[in-house]
Design a protein around this ligand. Structure first.
Ligand code: C2E
Ligand code: MG
Ligand code: MG
Ligand code: MG
Length: 274
């Protein structure tokens, strides 16, 4: 199998890109059936108050353990699933599983954990995202503010006519909406005004360079300034060391996540931290 190094130097598989047509077909077939074969699970990365270290929520991250292909990272199958449209069914599974888990923690007496779920722009097109979220909140008896949905800037680029209506309806349910990896792509500030967004997530692309790299520092300051003036919540991602935590805290960024605190955890390990 072909391998390449990720940013942090680990080996990762690149099935869809590097391998033959036949392998690619096999990859697509496995991906299509992964949900039915119960090959997906979610891990939960703690989001912490950068001052006190208190846990304030979690981000749910999908993992795929394929019977045939082994362990697969989302960066290597989400884009593929968006291309084939499979992401809509996968995304439905993710939302349901995250809601089920929050309800299970609640039943265990751990309170309502606020979970952020990544949602693909494709889930906003044509599919009735609002109706499925409303149905899940009802089914698992959860308040809307137990859920945050993260969208990448791709949602802004697509500028689908359904987006504004969907976002407004999700807000009416109490669900909060955030832009993931803010600044990496196409940051049209106009949309931050027009769409009912409550939060931004500062990309690890910029966090990784602080406090030494001056242009990364400048971008972090700019994003923190935008969040402050538009009264948006800000979560910094990819915090790996103490110097980064301190810099972001001094910048006024209230919440962060990253390997300094914890990677994505199995539900039982996450519960131990509550
Ligand atoms: P993301 O939503 O921006 O998630 C953050 C990614 O950064 C995660 O990678 C996480 O494991 C990683 N990370 C966390 N802390 C650190 C750190 O301190 N340093 C570094 N270098 N990385 C850190 P992961 O889980 O591989 O997910 C990659 C991307 O795949 C996610 O980026 C998200 O865009 C997408 N994704 C993950 N789960 C889902 C899902 O359920 N649905 C959709 N549509 N996309 C998902
Ligand atoms: Mg995310
Ligand atoms: Mg992100
Ligand atoms: Mg990302």
């Amino acid at each position: 199998e072909s391998k390449r190094r990720t940013r942090n130097g680990r080996l990762a598989y690149t099935p869809a890109l590097a391998q033959s047509q036949r392998d690619r077909l096999q990859f697509e077939t496995q991906l299509r059936h992964a949900a039915d074969n119960q090959e997906f699970h979610l891990v939960y990365q703690p989001q912490v108050d950068l001052g006190s270290g208190r846990l304030v929520g979690a981000e749910a991250l999908i993992r795929w353990r394929s019977e045939r292909l082994g362990e697969m990272r989302p960066d290597h199958f989400i884009a593929q699933a968006e291309g084939t449209g499979d992401i809509v069914r996968i995304g439905d599974w993710v939302l349901r599983e995250a809601c089920r888990q929050v309800a299970a923690w609640h039943d265990d007496g751990l309170g309502i954990v606020r979970v952020a779920v990544n949602v693909s722009y494709r889930q906003l097109l044509g599919s009735d995202l609002m109706a499925s979220v409303r149905g899940l909140l009802r089914e698992f008896d959860l308040p809307g503010d137990a859920l945050e949905l993260e969208f990448t800037e791709r949602v802004l680029i697509e500028d689908a006519p359904e987006t504004l209506g969907n976002f407004a309806a999700l807000r009416a349910l109490g669900v909060s909406l955030a832009i993931d990896d803010f600044g990496e792509g196409y940051s049209a500030l106009n949309y931050l005004r027009r769409l009912p967004i409550q939060g931004l997530k500062l990309s690890p692309m910029f966090v990784s360079g602080v406090p030494d790299n001056q242009s990364d520092v400048a971008v972090c300051e700019a994003v923190a300034g935008i969040a402050r003036s538009l009264r948006l919540a800000l979560v910094a991602e990819g915090i790996e060391n103490e110097a980064q935590r301190r810099f972001l805290l001094e910048l006024g960024v209230p919440v962060g996540q990253g390997f300094l605190f914890a990677p994505g955890l199995a539900p039982a390990d996450f519960a131990k931290r509550l």
